[in-house]
Ligand binder design. Structure first.
Ligand code: 2AM
Ligand code: CA
Ligand code: CA
Ligand code: CA
Length: 259
């Protein structure tokens, strides 16, 4: 896609997100239904499904030939990254959404032939949209923002997944003790927002493609490193342990893990 096309797509996506988020904020205390998926902390609500249905419908209507990867079943069984592939997470942080109606994000990522194009992480309640991509730069709502400082591990907070921290999986506890401190937000999207905005030096968690697709585009546009825990390139169609950090903290994290 050329820059004009990317700008036109961006206008569409921002309109869809605004509509979906306004609807969610207006109705989040009514008609609330919660179901469990794989276990008692793996939840889905009618709002996850309705929001995904709406966003996937908009994409299909505007871009009928594109492929869509999404969490709650309205997308496609995508086998490859050829052409344009969209990633949709309608509510990221569903457990927060259910328990406190706060700290959850709406996310969309767009790739073309496997390359980063556009990423969106909307912190829904305060209406803070982090968006951008390699050809249009980074923005927080209407404001252009600059890349975060290339901080060392010791200089910043580190976002982690709760069970990985508790069990020291992938030596996450040791990584955290070398940082300024652990943060556990319960939303991969909001963790990515914090790293891109320079409020955390990194984040690590086992994630699904819709959890990291938007964040990877935004983080890489911000000059951050996004790899697997082993330092390998991310596979866009698999669950894996994803590590986002500054380039300065990356070897420091890897050294702890290998020690
Ligand atoms: P979700 O709310 O969209 O499911 C919580 O630690 C973070 O990890 C959230 O971003 C959550 O996304 C994500 N996550 C990934 N796999 C999960 C799982 N099996 N159960 C709960 N949260 C999961
Ligand atoms: Ca979920
Ligand atoms: Ca998610
Ligand atoms: Ca979700």
């Amino acid at each position: 896609m050329d820059l004009l096309e990317i700008k036109a797509v961006n206008t569409d996506v921002q309109r869809w997100l605004a509509t979906a988020a306004t609807n969610l904020r207006q109705h989040l205390h009514t008609h609330f239904q919660v179901q469990t998926k794989s276990g008692r902390n793996d939840l889905v609500t009618n709002f996850d499904k309705e929001t995904e249905h709406y966003l996937v419908d908009q994409i299909r209507h505007s871009f009928p030939n594109d492929q869509i990867v999404s969490e709650e079943g309205f997308g496609d069984a995508v086998q490859n990254m050829q052409g344009r592939v969209w990633f949709v997470d309608p509510i990221d942080g569903t457990l927060n959404f259910v328990k406190q109606r706060n700290d959850f994000a709406m996310m969309i990522g767009l790739y073309e032939d496997g390359r980063n194009v556009l990423g969106y992480i909307l912190d829904v309640m305060p209406n803070k949209l982090l968006w951008g991509g390699p050809s249009i730069g980074l923005h927080l709502n209407e404001e252009a923002i600059t890349a975060p400082e290339n901080a060392s591990l010791a200089a910043g907070l580190f976002g982690v997944n709760g069970p990985m921290f508790a069990l020291n999986r992938e030596r996450v506890r040791d990584i955290v003790f070398a940082s300024s401190g652990a943060r556990i937000l319960g939303s991969a999207g909001l963790e990515f927002q914090h790293v891109v905005l320079g409020r955390q030096v990194g984040y690590i968690s086992r994630l699904m493609p819709w959890d990291f697709a938007a964040g990877k585009i935004l983080a890489e546009t911000a000059g951050l490193s996004v790899t697997t825990i082993d330092g390998d390139p991310i596979n866009m169609l698999k669950s894996q342990v994803v590590l986002v950090t500054t380039h300065r903290a990356l070897p420091e994290v890897q050294k702890i893990r290998q020690s």
